[in-house]
Design a protein around this ligand. Sequence first.
Ligand code: AMP
Length: 217
Amino acid sequence: MQPGHIILLGAPGVGKGTQAKVVAASTGLPHISTGDMLRASVAAGTEMGKRAKAVMESGALVDDELILGIVSERLSQDDAKNGVVFDGFPRTVVQAQGLDALVVERRGVGITHIFHIVLDDEEIVTRLAGRRVCEDCGAIYHVQYQPPRVDGRCDRCGGVLRQRKDDQPEVIRHRLTVYRTETAPLVAYYRSRPGYVEVDGSGDAAAVTNRILPFLR
Ligand code: AMP
């Protein structure tokens, strides 16, 4: 199936961001991370950023209307016309229904692949607590599993590596609870659709990529 809209589902920390970048590179489709878009708005101090900041730092979800607004706007851009790779969206059933409506509007470009990445909670907490992100280019590292060559600095651009505020242990626990109550129901929403695939998220990033890429060829 020719890739169109691709969804990466799964709890925070299962590797959606890392895999989304690879899937985007291999399909040529743009990578759309609602979390990255929101963090950019927070950094720029926009009205939307001000609304989202406290919610994000607490580990709760930003409201559906705002998210559907930014996604709809992003999908209207020229580079998204053949489809996109969603990372961290949809996160609620309301968002999934909103996406279905947007897809109907975009006749011809359907949801072709839904990769549900699965990993146990203990491993999720270890991954999130050790995650570090380059504040300049967004590259993702892990203090233990994927350390940078120079401590605290990005291999790619030399930027400073930071821990996200929502990767602190108390917030991680809350995010997992939010995932179970608000996002896990999406599995039932998508499971019976064509293109739904459950992917084992264990092992290193390359191992997970090797489980995903065959579905995109
Ligand atoms: P992420 O980078 O995907 O882990 O997102 C970081 C935070 O941004 C989340 O914990 C939410 O507060 C917010 N966020 C990102 N994407 C969404 C979404 N699709 N719906 C609601 N909130 C979101």
